[in-house]
Design a protein around this ligand. Structure first.
Ligand SMILES: *Cc1c(COP(=O)(O)O)cnc(C)c1O
Length: 371
């Protein structure tokens, strides 16, 4: 059994994918070729925003909007410690200060009550300037944007949605990628919509942001790439990867439904034996991961060992919250500061999840866990 089965997906689009790739080899526009613009137009329409700017990775999709806002030393950027390192790494790269806020134990996403309190505290201390909130749509579930967008307004600070795992998720009729002021997603192969290498995209309705992103993506270009009006990066996504996304995107809306059916099946079989993931009313997850909670770290080791003995892969996202990472040892945090994230990191683990997982496989995983 595979944790994520990309080969099955490829077999469904093999012919059209080969044609797409051959078309790029024939026209030879490997950088910023027509497939890049075609993909951006399709994805912007799907998400329901004016602009999509593709870029080299999900990490750059977070870095570039922060650069466009001029985030830097003296600025506070609020985010969750229960995420992949990239979310907070980009804050530190720009010399700004990550301010961590604990998560809700049911959704694993940033706790909006604690977020308000954390911003209030930074304002009261008067040392750092609150600039941006980066909520993460962890495991595919959008964060609590009704509350977070209100907090953004209250303190007049920006919101950058980390939709690296959330692409395809929804709250009501709003799609992930449309929350806050700007959103970044990742096309790393294992994400809900992945390419065959690195890639990412940024979504926004803000025209000024769009223009800055287009410039930052190509070394801060002005009129052309030899006219440089700001410091940027080489942040382009290459044409071959855009061609891959164009074909994989034809399957994507259906794949989100298939992932939801798989999650429903897991939930039905596992409820009562482990803590299964909760999706709040009106939300749709894109199930980047299907993650459950064991009773404690020992119980988790036992369950993961049982799965391993049955040749079933499982994974822990995330074994160490970011405030406990060596890379952030300079920040004024200690063990115990984020009790929910710390407890979850001891108990959580993820099961095989992809659109093409067979019912029998789900049944087997659940039987092993309950056995
Ligand atoms: C994967 C991921 C990223 C980074 O994406 P890359 O394409 O690997 O750079 C950022 N944030 C979260 C939450 C992620 O899961």
């Amino acid at each position: 059994m595979q944790f994520i089965d990309l080969a099955k997906q490829q077999s469904l689009i093999k012919n059209s994918l080969d044609k797409r790739i051959q078309a790029v080899l024939a026209h030879g526009k490997y950088i910023m070729g027509p497939e890049v613009m075609e993909m951006e137009a399709q994805l912007a329409e799907y998400v329901g925003v004016k602009y999509c700017v593709s870029c080299s990775s999900g990490t750059d999709a977070l870095l570039m909007p922060l650069m466009a806002w001029g985030v830097g030393p003296g600025d506070a950027v609020f985010t969750t410690p229960f995420t992949f390192i990239a979310t907070a790494e980009v804050i530190q790269l720009l010399g700004a200060t990550p301010v961590f806020v604990d998560i809700d134990p049911k959704t694993f996403n940033i706790d909006s009550v604690l977020l308000d309190a954390a911003i209030n505290k930074v304002v009261a201390e008067g040392v750092l300037k609150p600039r941006v909130i980066i909520p993460v749509d962890l495991f595919g579930l959008p964060a609590d944007y009704a509350a977070i967008e209100a907090i953004g307004k209250k303190y007049d600070i920006k919101i950058l949605e980390d939709a690296a795992q959330g692409f395809g998720g929804q709250i009501g009729d709003r799609l992930a990628g449309s929350f806050g002021d700007v959103a970044g997603t990742s096309f790393f192969p294992a994400k809900p919509l992945g390419c065959y290498g690195d890639g990412g995209a940024i979504f926004t309705n803000d025209e000024d942001m769009y223009e800055k992103l287009v410039s930052i993506r190509v070394h801060g270009k002005g009129n052309d790439k030899y006219d440089n009006v700001r410091i940027g990066i080489n942040g382009r996504m290459d044409t071959l990867q855009a061609a891959v996304i164009l074909e994989k995107f034809t399957l994507f809306p259906e794949e989100v439904k298939l992932r939801n059916a798989a999650a429903d099946k897991y939930n039905a079989l596992l409820t009562g034996s482990v803590v299964t993931p909760e999706v709040p009313k009106g939300y749709i997850s894109s199930w980047a991961q299907y993650s459950i909670l064991a009773r404690d770290a020992t119980d988790r080791s036992v369950l993961q060992a049982k799965l391993k003995a049955a040749d079933i892969p499982s994974a822990v996202y995330y074994p160490k919250p970011l405030h406990q990472q060596t890379a952030f040892a300079h920040l004024p945090y200690k063990d115990g500061d984020f009790p929910v994230s710390e407890a979850m990191s001891q108990r959580i683990f993820s099961l095989p999840m992809h659109p093409y997982i067979e019912d029998e496989d789900i049944e087997k995983v659940c039987a092993v866990l309950k056995g």
